[in-house]
Design a binder for this molecule. Structure first.
Ligand code: ZN
Length: 235
């Protein structure tokens, strides 16, 4: 563990960002979280953040290291940039440009800029985010090169030496479950299953081995397939 290191985790309350939070807490002495309200079509994920943070704080000695939570309200400003299936009731499908209709252009770039501004103010050096190029659903702002370019831009623009860390970048969803187990054992896996939210449709009624969700939207399908592969690989 790096005793003097501090980190800000982009924390949405989903599986990936919860795994990133555990990853940061297992390494750094002081960890804070930031979440964004941007007119998501279902606020369920945001509602999960508090309970997930509380659960994580009860694991190992993580409660001593888990600091403040910041919520940035982007209100309708991000939704106003373009109607997408994440912020409206539009259908989830592939657009003609090859991008899924759930893509909110520039969303992760905006999140990182806000996160870096908070990290500046709070004197946190590492910015940890759950972007992943392996199962990245075709979002160009999840690519490793995008994140590396963003780190450079933030450091130049804010005259800092931030390190943008993406521990899930080269993992598939099965490996993300495995990482959670490595970091926090069965209690962390159970916490992710029970309390995190992934479903695009905001479904918290249907229960599966891998958690709650509709079971058929792209986010549920990815989470379920990863869980299945991980369970099979463990046998
Ligand atoms: Zn779903």
């Amino acid at each position: 563990m790096r005793h003097n290191e501090s980190a800000l985790v982009l924390f949405s309350g989903g599986q990936d960002s919860t795994t990133c939070l555990a990853w940061a807490l297992s390494r750094y002495a002081r960890v804070e979280t930031v979440g964004f309200a941007y007119g998501q079509r279902h606020a369920v994920e945001l509602d999960c953040r508090g309970p997930v943070r509380e659960g994580v704080a009860d694991l190992l000695d993580w409660g001593e290291r888990l600091g403040e939570d910041h919520v940035v309200d982007l209100g309708a400003s991000l939704a106003a940039l373009g109607a997408t299936a994440l912020t409206t009731e539009a259908e989830i499908r592939m657009n003609a440009d090859g991008l899924p209709s759930t893509f909110v252009p520039g969303r992760n770039l905006i999140f990182l800029a806000y996160a870096a501004a908070i990290a500046c103010r709070r004197d946190l050096r590492r910015i940890v985010a759950g972007m992943c190029e392996t199962d990245y659903s075709g979002y160009p702002d999840c690519r490793d090169d995008t994140l590396k370019a963003m780190q450079l831009a933030l450091n130049l623009g804010m005259a800092r030496r931030f390190v943008v860390e993406t521990p899930l970048m080269w993992l598939d969803k099965a490996a993300t479950w495995e990482l959670a187990e490595e970091l926090g054992g069965a209690p962390l896996v159970e916490l992710i299953v029970e309390r995190t939210h992934t479903c695009y449709l905001g479904d918290r009624e249907h229960r599966h081995d891998w958690g709650l969700g509709c079971g058929t939207c792209p986010a549920c399908a990815l989470r379920a397939a990863g869980w299945q592969r991980w369970r099979e690989e463990r046998l």
